[in-house]
Design a protein around this ligand. Structure first.
Ligand SMILES: Nc1ncnc2c1ncn2[C@@H]1O[C@H](COP(=O)(O)OP(=O)(O)OP(=O)(O)O)[C@@H](O)[C@H]1O
Length: 125
């Protein structure tokens, strides 16, 4: 696995994701606060927006607990200058703050992802 210093984490990751090759998975290791939760999903969103305009895809980012999912969604919505529940939303047990037509980035707990996978095994969205 490639190792790189944390200072170049964001720049090199962005290049990899936006590269021509379609990666099936990528393992990122970064220090706490380096942007894995708030920045990487935004890069992925940009990459899928430009790679396939015909198929509207959703980016999902799992979080270990509901509070973390809400907090991340609020932070990223603020960074993207949108309201939570529109382009950026969250899905936790008993609360689904997403828009069916607008949400493209969703923060959700591991349990909610599992529930989605049971309904949509190929995660087509
Ligand atoms: N809700 C928030 N309000 C203010 N700043 C935030 C918020 N969430 C994250 N940040 C800031 O954004 C930067 C990136 O944080 P992020 O959570 O994306 O890092 P991370 O790599 O996922 O960290 P961790 O490994 O601890 O989960 C950090 O400087 C962090 O302090």
């Amino acid at each position: 696995m490639d190792q790189f210093p944390s200072s170049s984490f964001v720049v090199r990751t962005e290049r990899s994701l936006l590269g021509k090759e379609r990666l099936q998975f990528i393992i990122l290791v970064g220090q706490t606060g380096s942007g894995k939760t708030t920045q990487i999903p935004q890069f992925v969103l940009e990459a899928v927006k430009t790679s396939d305009k015909r198929h509207r895809m959703m980016v999902a980012c799992t979080q270990p607990c509901p509070v973390a999912a809400i907090s991340a969604a609020q932070r990223v919505a603020e960074e993207m200058n949108v309201a939570v529940g529109e382009e950026v939303g969250y899905s936790i047990c008993f609360e689904d703050n997403v828009s069916r037509s607008k949400t493209v980035l969703k923060y959700l707990t591991d349990g909610m992802l599992l529930r989605e996978a049971m309904a949509d095994p190929l995660l087509d969205r």
